[in-house]
Design a protein around this ligand. Sequence first.
Ligand code: UDP
Length: 241
Amino acid sequence: MKKRVCLQGLPVDIISYDSALEFALSAIDNGENMQIVTINPEMVQSAKNNKDFANILKHAELVVADGVGIKIALKLKGVSQERIGGVDLSRSLIELCAKRNFRLGLLGAKEEVISTLVKKLKNEFKDIDIVFAHNGYFEDENTVLNQIKEVRPQVLLCALGSPKQEFIIYRLKEMLQGCVMIGVGGSFDVFAGYVSRAPIIWQKLGLEWLYRLIKQPERFKRIFPTLPIFLFESIIDSVKK
Ligand code: UDP
């Protein structure tokens, strides 16, 4: 169903969008936990200086290519992979929860964002079973994780930014059963309507990152010099293969 390739020492799964969703659904149906990572160049670069983070990425059950940078790096290795974005995948997982009556948990973003999101989702999907919703600014991580354990979500979306969300999900894998967990970065801000997504044409051209950069110029220091270094190292990596 999926083929795993190695990109600068980290895994990336070669999989279609639909198969990724089916894979997630099978984990819930089989009572297995699954950590989904939507990998991007910033995460690859950060994992190079953080062994624990790299270890988490290596143990993720599903690692999908988010961001055009990963797509290009794979192409350099002769591998074609469509972009699977966290916003789209988490939206599909929410719809799956509504359709299959799965228990949904939401962790992350500012209080006003998460409360708006819960209201919006309850409005859109009348019977959606949101068993947990908490903002991402908490002092006591253990208390929050134990609260999540109590309500046994089957899908948990974590919007805490990377690598925080991946570390928390990794801990939760030891505490939950039959739960698909995904780190979704700033997706709650988008779903709740606080941040607008790039128009479809920008997305299709692989320029969503540029749109976000224009809208949030403070992201500049996150992308540069990380992205050019990543691309340079991807070229070296592809020559070595
Ligand atoms: N966030 C959070 N807790 C924190 C730090 C960040 O809940 O301690 C949230 C923040 O409010 C935002 C998201 O995490 O909703 C991170 O968004 P960002 O745009 O940085 O993520 P990206 O999509 O770039 O991974």
